[in-house]
Design a protein around this ligand. Structure first.
Ligand code: FES
Length: 336
């Protein structure tokens, strides 16, 4: 029997086995969310009335004390009665692009760097999303889903571009996308998800931005940077790409084109394991600290492995960036 979940003045139906977050997002009602796996805590909300089953909520993301205090992870909780919830940040409930399931067709598969593939998926109809969000792909014949950030800007809504890094033994990568997936194949896509997005245009202060991506963490930063530059072609946008070696770099032509077109855009590749290269060496978060004396008034965008993201937060704070201006997207292995 479906129950009803209410946030603010919005009521949505929620199936027995449907995660609360899924129900809200499919109805176009926004709740904060990021990993959709129970690991980040972004979707934590307060159950004001009614009962939920916390299902697989990890104890280190939702503690016993928090459960007793009426908190829940929206991406894990299932309803056991009608509920009223409120966001812990107080901003849940606004309209958002609805979460949808679509069957896409593989248009392009290209090896663009070491162990890295570009995947372009044609959609049967446009999908509304914000630059920086991600989609989930379902591995055929399984219930396994894997998350990939969208490279696109919101206007590029008919062919989705994803950058996929090979994970040794990975169900989605080594055993599917890098082995057997072909042009013309059909792929189940669910999205959009995540809130690694720019503020709405009328709330965007237009201040300088620094974006740091590790490996394929570059993907959403491309859409964010192009969207920001589309809003203000003179904006200062500094994009760092951290990789192990030159063989891991990709889309250098695109970066050169953006630098040519927008005077305020800079792209800095940083190699951690090739000190003799002509590129900057070390970690991109350290190179940012060398390059920028003060980031007061800037916004910062971090996407990549958690240690890089944590180092980035420290680097931004060291350069006086306000914590509320720091945005992060952790890439964690799905099996972790
Ligand atoms: S814990 Fe629910 S979105 Fe991350």
């Amino acid at each position: 029997m479906p129950f009803t979940a209410t946030v603010g003045d919005r009521e949505v139906p929620c199936g027995d086995d449907q995660p609360l977050l899924d129900a809200f997002l499919r109805a176009g009602v926004w709740l904060p969310n990021s990993c959709n796996q129970g690991t980040c805590g972004t979707c934590k909300l307060r159950v004001v009335s009614g009962a939920v089953d916390h299902r697989d909520s990890p104890a280190d993301t939702l503690t016993a004390e928090e459960r007793t205090a009426g908190l829940a992870l929206a991406c894990q909780a299932r309803l056991r009665s009608d509920v009223v919830v409120e966001g812990t940040g107080g901003v849940a409930g606004r309209a958002t692009h609805p979460l949808r399931d679509l069957v896409a067709t593989v248009r392009e598969l290209e090896d663009i760097a070491r162990d890295t593939r570009r995947l372009r998926l044609g959609l049967p109809e446009p999908l509304a999303f914000h630059a920086g969000q991600y989609v989930e792909l379902t591995v055929p014949g399984t219930t396994v889903r894997r998350q990939y950030s969208l490279v696109n800007t919101a206007e590029e809504d008919k062919v989705l571009e994803l950058h996929v890094r090979l994970v040794p033994g990975g169900a989605a990568t080594e055993r599917w996308i890098f082995d057997g997936l072909a042009i013309g194949d059909r792929v189940e896509v669910t999205g959009p998800l995540g809130d690694f997005v720019l503020p709405p245009a009328d709330e965007d202060d237009g201040g300088p931005m620094v974006l740091i991506g590790g490996g394929t963490g570059l993907a959403p930063l491309i859409g964010l940077a192009r969207t920001a530059l589309g809003r203000d072609p003179d904006r200062r946008v500094l994009l760092y790409h951290g990789v192990r070696g030159a063989a891991d770099l990709y889309d250098l032509d695109l970066m050169a084109e953006l630098a040519e077109e927008y005077a305020g855009f800079s792209f800095v590749p940083v190699l951690s394991h090739e000190p003799e290269s002509s590129h900057r060496s070390g970690f991109p978060t350290d190179v940012f600290v060398e390059d920028v004396a003060s980031a007061r008034g800037w916004s910062g965008w971090l996407c990549g492995p958690p240690p890089m993201v944590e180092a980035g937060v420290k680097a931004f704070k060291r350069r006086r960036m306000a914590p509320r201006m720091i945005h992060r997207e952790n890439f964690t292995p799905a099996d972790a």
